[in-house]
Design a protein. Structure first.
Length: 357
């Protein structure tokens, strides 16, 4: 999570920044509730949709950074009517929560980072009407542990429901135990369910990596050749160098998407065979021609694979309307195909076959 890593890095080095979060949306807007951007005096990490919405948000954030602030000025909630106010033709309304982050936030940032590293989900709770923001991390069975016991019961109930139902970011006005009401931002933080295991660090794999890093998925990038990997990779990319890449299939999260494009046809086959033996695979894509697919199918049938398993193998890969053969063109076609499939998967999370796998 680029925004979280950025906040941690800035806070550790004593640099103050602003976290901008889309808190609420109405109608057509460029980004969804929960989208985030980190703003410093001279840079931005992430995006909340571009255009005038982002431009005005950055202006508000930098004003929050440069003014001599009191506790009451550490946060602000701004409502943007995109049509009348900003001249953007999508015409919806976006409410943006801006929070000034400094070294005092290190404790909850580190706690959240630890939760993400354990591949767990959390909810950040912010009481946006208070002079200072109270950020609380809630995750799984730890909901009843200190300091969460100090949360009002209704606040804790909503946070638990968000975790259980995988609900989105929501801004609510709640009645507090003292009788007052507060606006509370419930902001779930969870790893993307869109996980790609990419076998092969050749030309196409290298071209594909930055595209995947920009579309909200996590990637495990596997190759037996250490010298093939670039010196740095974007956030969300995990490099695995192992002599037997096919066994990395067993380590992949449930419901992963697999891309097989190594330097060796025998290795490609070994990986595909292992992937197709799993029952929880949304996509197994093999780079190559139709003749390569036919050769692999013949060998797979000899190993006992039936029509149902063979139908889960995609080869050639990439949307058919992009026919270019350059690595960048293939990478775009493959990324587009993955996004199409991922959109269908999101609409079928209640598939009983998947649930039983």
């Amino acid at each position: 999570m680029e925004w979280l890593n950025g906040l941690l890095r800035f806070s550790q080095y004593g640099q103050t920044c602003v976290l901008a979060t889309i808190a609420e949306t109405r109608g057509s807007v460029p980004r969804e509730a929960g989208a985030k951007m980190v703003v410093t005096g001279d840079a931005c990490i992430g995006t909340i949709g571009g255009g005038q919405l982002e431009y005005q948000t950055v202006e508000c954030a930098r004003k929050l950074l440069t003014e001599n602030i009191t506790n009451k000025q550490r946060t602000t909630l701004r409502r943007f009517a995109l049509g009348p106010t900003l001249g953007q033709c999508c015409g919806g309304v976006a409410t943006v929560f801006l929070e000034r982050i400094d070294a005092s936030a290190l404790e909850w940032l580190a706690s959240l980072h630890g939760i993400v590293q354990r591949h767990e989900s959390a909810v950040l709770i912010r009481t946006v009407d208070e002079a200072s923001v109270a950020s609380t991390t809630i995750v799984g069975e730890q909901c009843g542990e200190s300091p969460l016991q100090t949360l009002p019961p209704e606040t804790l109930r909503i946070a638990r429901r968000i975790l259980e139902n995988r609900d989105d970011t929501v801004l609510k006005r709640l009645k507090m135990p003292d009788g007052d009401s507060q606006r509370v931002l419930f902001d779930p933080v969870r790893l993307a369910e869109f996980h790609v295991v990419l076998f092969g660090a050749g030309h196409v794999g290298t071209a594909l990596l930055p595209i995947l890093a920009g579309v909200g998925c996590t990637v495990t990038w596997v190759d037996s050749r250490a010298d093939q990997f670039p010196p740095t990779v974007p956030d969300g990319i995990r490099i695995v160098r192992r002599d037997d890449p096919q066994f990395e299939v067993d380590c992949a999260p449930r419901g992963s998407y697999y891309l097989v494009m190594t330097h060796s046809h025998p290795l490609d086959y070994a990986i595909c065979e292992r992937v197709l033996r799993r029952r929880d695979v949304w996509y197994c894509g093999l780079i190559g021609s139709r003749s390569k697919r036919l050769k692999f199918e013949k060998r797979l049938r000899a190993q006992g694979f039936g029509p149902a398993e063979l139908s889960r193998l995609t080869c050639p890969i990439g949307i058919k309307s992009i026919t270019g053969k350059r690595p960048g063109e293939i990478a775009v076609a493959v990324a587009a195909e993955l996004l199409q499939i991922q959109a269908r998967v999101d609409r079928s999370r209640d598939n009983p076959d998947y649930a039983r796998a």
